[in-house]
Design a protein around this ligand. Sequence first.
Ligand code: SF4
Length: 182
Amino acid sequence: MHRMTSTQARHTRRAVLQAAVDAGARCHGADSDPDLFFRADDEGLAAWRARRTKAIRLCTGCPVRAACEELALRDGDGRPDADEMVRAGLTGRELAAVRAAHTERLAAAVEADRDTEGRRLDTLTTQLQREASTNPDSNRNGGVRLMAARTAAQNDRLRALAAQIRQIRTARRVRAGWGAAA
Ligand code: SF4
């Protein structure tokens, strides 16, 4: 039986955490309010505290809270000097404190995430280039309809690959402090 090495496990950890959160998050339901977790720019402290308590209560019974916390720490969420968010049942200040207490472990985890992401980006770019340089009708027979169908299928594959590449690049830009559309 194939067993994953500890290095491989480290490199797939983020995807596993994200899949768990996507599948079980209490805040992802149809009637959930993503704004609940973030203080608005002009929101007074009393109003924010009430919402903050509500958000923390929602997280308390969340089945994927541990995975959510680890992702929040890897993402660098929370600041020691700002009371502006809740994630995984912790305020931004609490997340910053946990991060400060686990600096080395988190730095290694973030590095592994970036390695994994970089390899994924390289693979997708190679696939995109290969697909783009392939003539969908080379050495094949068929009428005009078949040719059109093969071209349409190739266009779909190109669009899907480009979308995945864009998603990774956007996530990197956001983490580096750029706006999503920058
Ligand atoms: S712990 Fe809270 S923020 Fe995280 S997924 Fe669950 S409900 Fe959402």
